[in-house]
Design a protein around this ligand. Structure first.
Ligand SMILES: Nc1ncnc2c1ncn2[C@@H]1O[C@H](COP(=O)(O)OP(=O)(O)OP(=O)(O)O)[C@@H](O)[C@H]1O
Ligand SMILES: [Mg+2]
Length: 248
């Protein structure tokens, strides 16, 4: 893991505090010097208890927030070099986001939701329809294209959100607790879909989760503890709690 070409995300000594700027009193140090790497083509899980800084880190990597100090490079581009427009284009064209709450537009059908990022890029209708159909079949929802989010199960809604996140063929997929609102079995299906998509679409994924099942599917697990990365390494079943090794 030496050259930049093999690394999708490089995070160096990242700090982010919330609250009273200038004074330390009352400030929350969400990230206190985080450094980590996400290798290209891998599914990387980010774990850590509530409040450990997972969402803060994902939002910074995704260009939704800016750090107090430190450096983030995504797909070879230092985010600090991008202005507002550059960041917007990065988020639109090179990063796909999946959130715990799905974030679908209620009045649009599944197919229309998946097509939104393509409309934003002014992709012609014919090409858009073909891509949407392909994505919906990729996530197993070809037969549900016309249903609105309210007419789909939670797991199906998250599948639509994943299809939408992949619409513009992003280099990086960022998912913040994508199974947080799903039951264990549906959550596993969504995680397995993410696992499959990383292989078939050649996308790199960074997924925050409390869910132990994803940890077994990930290529690598990063652990955040109180704003610091305390563990980093390729996934290994050795040293895992014994109940984690029963699948497969
Ligand atoms: N907008 C904000 N304003 C002030 N403090 C914040 C803000 N967002 C997060 N924090 C604080 O920063 C710390 C890290 O929060 P973050 O949301 O990154 O944690 P998390 O690991 O995603 O937690 P969870 O698993 O509950 O989603 C927490 O102490 C939180 O209270
Ligand atoms: Mg969070």
């Amino acid at each position: 893991m030496s050259g930049d070409a093999s690394t999708m995300v490089i995070v160096e000594d990242l700090h982010r505090s919330y609250g009273s700027a200038g004074s330390d009193a009352g400030a929350v140090h969400a990230l206190r010097g985080v450094s980590c790497r996400v290798p290209r083509g891998e599914l990387v899980a980010l774990r850590g208890r509530s409040g450990s800084g997972k969402t803060t880190l994902l939002n910074l990597i995704g260009g939704l927030d800016t750090p107090d100090s430190g450096r983030i490079t995504v797909d070879g581009t230092p985010l600090a070099d991008l202005g507002e427009t550059g960041l917007l284009e990065m988020r639109r064209d090179r990063i796909g986001f999946v959130f715990q709450s799905f974030g679908l537009i209620p009045i649009l059908s599944a197919a229309e939701n998946v097509g939104v990022p393509l409309r934003l890029r002014k992709v012609p209708a014919r090409e858009r329809e073909e891509r949407v159909a392909l994505l919906l079949s990729l996530v197993g929802l070809a037969d549900h294209a016309r249903q609105r989010p309210g007419e789909l199960s939670g797991g199906q809604q998250q599948r639509v959100a994943i299809a939408r996140a992949l619409a513009n063929r992003p280099a990086l997929l960022i998912a913040d607790e994508p199974t947080g609102q799903l039951d264990a079995e549906t959550g596993l299906e969504v995680m397995e879909l993410l696992r499959a998509v990383v292989r078939s679409e050649g996308v790199t994924a960074l997924v925050a989760t409390h869910d132990n099942t994803l940890l077994g599917l990930a290529d690598r697990v990063l652990t955040l503890n109180d704003g610091l990365i305390t563990e980093e390494g390729a996934h290994s079943r050795e040293g895992e709690p014994s109940q984690a090794g029963q699948r497969g």
